[in-house]
Design a protein around this ligand. Structure first.
Ligand SMILES: NC(=O)c1ccc[n+]([C@@H]2O[C@H](COP(=O)([O-])OP(=O)(O)OC[C@H]3O[C@@H](n4cnc5c(N)ncnc54)[C@H](O)[C@@H]3O)[C@@H](O)[C@H]2O)c1
Length: 384
């Protein structure tokens, strides 16, 4: 088995909560280095996750001969300045999302990756969530079907099809709780609107069958907004974000309707569908590793478990344990390792992240101006 000698640059919340533990449990990874401008944080990560050495200067990391894969877990103000030299030293990079905050920086990363042939994988990890992969499979089937189960009252034989029947209506709801956010998100130029919504814009682009042509966002750029993306075939994706929700309530709901099939993906733990007769109407997915104390699955299971857990914690005078769900972080990295070994595609090639980021930036203009914005070839085509 090939061992990938990994360094993680940026040892903050995301790296400590996800990348270090995942690297530690992945038998294909040798964790060589933890790098952070804050030495004590890097050293703590060595002690806690078994990285062999701590560094404070990323330049030493990208030049090191005993490292062959970089994970970049800094905030998005530090991307090209680390990624491009890493690629020039022949090191592939897995970078956290968002890819970068400017067109030039994104293009420079793509050009460097093409020139050096060293791949970059972007951390739109929901692409690798088991529930999202299943949602994608069902949606592909729905796009192809002409035989959705009939409604109780079916008058379709009395008329010809109309054009709108070939469109998809997709709703993505993000229920967030501002009380859990760190302060930097409010000082950041692009905020959660950019940093977080790229996950969902990425999936909207994957799920739709044509290019977006127009976007409009209404609300506050800091949170509590709705984005509307109109696609060339007339399909609409609505992305609803609230920051005044409760964190105990599941965060992510996707609901797609196409060709009279309705498919919902709830919080990466449950899929419901109606219309595809040879598929089950309800499927559930296990919670993340470490949540083995839960017995039930799915949305009903979630609420039963959380009610019991709150009661248990209150009696024991403890903080309730959290029911984590599998949003695909481990699999996304593992699929990238497969790609580096020559098996399978890059799960999130850097070029595919460019339109996602450019559209997110356009929508940011829209929400600030209160106006719809055009989306065109300049938002997805990367010139040679
Ligand atoms: N994929 C996901 O599900 C997901 C979830 C949360 C956050 N993120 C992304 O992860 C990234 C990090 O977020 P976070 O919440 O961990 O931020 P954070 O502020 O907690 O961590 C960033 C770390 O980078 C370090 N750092 C800054 N400059 C550095 C430099 N020049 N060299 C080395 N280290 C440096 C900081 O000291 C800090 O420890 C963001 O881009 C965020 O959008 C992704």
């Amino acid at each position: 088995m090939k061992k990938h000698r990994m360094a993680i640059i940026g040892c903050g919340a995301m790296s400590q909560g996800t990348h270090f533990p995942n690297a530690q449990k992945n038998p294909r990874v040798d964790l060589i280095c933890a790098c952070d401008i804050n030495r004590s944080v890097a050293e703590q990560c060595c002690a806690k996750f078994g990285a062999q050495r701590a560094e404070t200067d990323w330049r030493k990391v990208v030049e090191a001969k005993d490292i062959d894969l970089i994970v970049l877990g800094t905030q998005h103000n530090i991307r090209g300045e680390v990624i491009i030299p890493a690629l020039r030293h022949g090191k592939p990079v897995y970078t956290e999302k968002p890819l970068a905050p400017s067109r030039k920086e994104m293009f420079d990363i793509v050009y460097a990756s093409r020139e050096t042939k060293a791949p970059v994988c972007v951390g739109h990890n929901r692409r690798s969530s088991p529930a999202i992969l299943e949602f994608t499979r069902l949606l592909d089937k729905a796009w192809q079907t002409q035989t959705a189960t009939p409604p109780a009252v079916d008058r379709s034989a009395e008329r010809k099809h109309i054009a709108e029947e070939k469109q998809m209506q997709l709703l993505i709801r993000v229920n967030d709780d501002i009380r859990s956010w760190k302060g930097w998100i409010f000082r950041d130029e692009e905020g959660v609107f950019f940093a977080e919504m790229v996950h969902f814009i990425d999936l909207a682009l994957l799920f739709n069958r044509s290019r977006p042509v127009r976007g409009f966002a209404e609300g506050s750029a800091r949170g509590n907004f709705t984005m509307i993306l109109r696609f060339a075939d007339g399909s609409i994706t609505t992305l609803f974000h609230t920051m005044v929700g409760n964190f105990d309530y599941p965060k992510e709901l996707f609901e797609a309707t196409v060709h009279n099939v309705t498919i919902a993906m709830d919080q990466h733990i449950e899929i419901r569908q109606s219309g595809l007769k040879d598929e089950s109407q309800l499927k559930t997915f296990p919670f993340s590793e470490g949540c083995d104390w839960s017995k039930e699955q799915g949305m009903t299971g979630y609420f039963h478990e959380m009610t019991r857990e709150r009661q248990r914690a209150e009696q024991a005078g403890e903080t309730p344990r959290w029911l984590n769900v599998n949003k695909g972080h481990y699999a996304h990295m593992d699929r990238f390792l497969d790609h580096l070994e020559g098996h399978g595609p890059n799960p999130n090639d850097v070029a595919s992240a460019v339109p996602v980021n450019l559209i997110a930036l356009k929508l940011l203009e829209s929400v600030r101006l209160g106006l719809p914005v055009a989306i065109g070839p300049e938002d997805w085509q990367i010139p040679e």
